[in-house]
Design a binder for this molecule. Structure first.
Ligand SMILES: [Zn+2]
Ligand SMILES: [Zn+2]
Length: 156
């Protein structure tokens, strides 16, 4: 599988190919490493976050960040332009085409597991279809934890 994560130390973005033979993750700036054991990976699937060891991961479509938004904005803009030039059929058609592309992309995209705590993305893994999807409540708990941690660091 492929792991995309932000180094906990220097925040550098890293992409690493990880298999069950991988024993260590290392930041490209060489300021951080983490051991990988059989407790982390099973059958090409992460049992917990490979970057921070957190056990809560959510499953979502591996839609490149920004592309979805770009599509919506582009479709909307083109449609508005067509509308302004009094071509309602075109305006509607453009929206439908973009909606269709969006749906096709969504159908062919693979799933990715994202860590609630550090947002590491585990791609191309052998993900079970019944792995839980994003949970707002759980996410809120992690957000609060992060705020508490930041406050704690500030006051100490
Ligand atoms: Zn680093
Ligand atoms: Zn994590």
């Amino acid at each position: 599988m492929q792991l995309i994560y932000q180094c906990p130390k220097c925040d550098a973005p890293n992409i690493e190919v990880v298999s069950s033979e991988t024993r260590q993750l290392a930041c490209s700036s060489q300021d951080w490493t983490r051991e990988i054991t059989s407790a982390d990976i099973e059958d090409d699937r992460p049992k917990r976050c490979l970057c921070c060891g957190n056990e809560d991961l959510w499953r979502q479509k591996d839609f490149p960040q920004g592309l979805g938004l770009l599509m919506v904005v582009t479709g909307g803009t083109l449609s508005t332009i067509a509308w302004a030039y009094v071509e309602p059929i075109w305006a509607l058609g453009i929206l439908l085409v973009f909606a269709a592309i969006d749906m096709i992309l969504y159908a062919v995209m693979n799933d990715v597991l994202v860590c609630y705590r550090c947002r590491a993305r585990h791609r191309k893994a052998n993900i079970h279809d019944d792995h839980p999807r994003f949970n707002l409540e759980l996410n809120e708990r992690y957000r609060q934890e992060e705020i508490r941690l930041a406050d704690h660091q500030k006051s100490s």
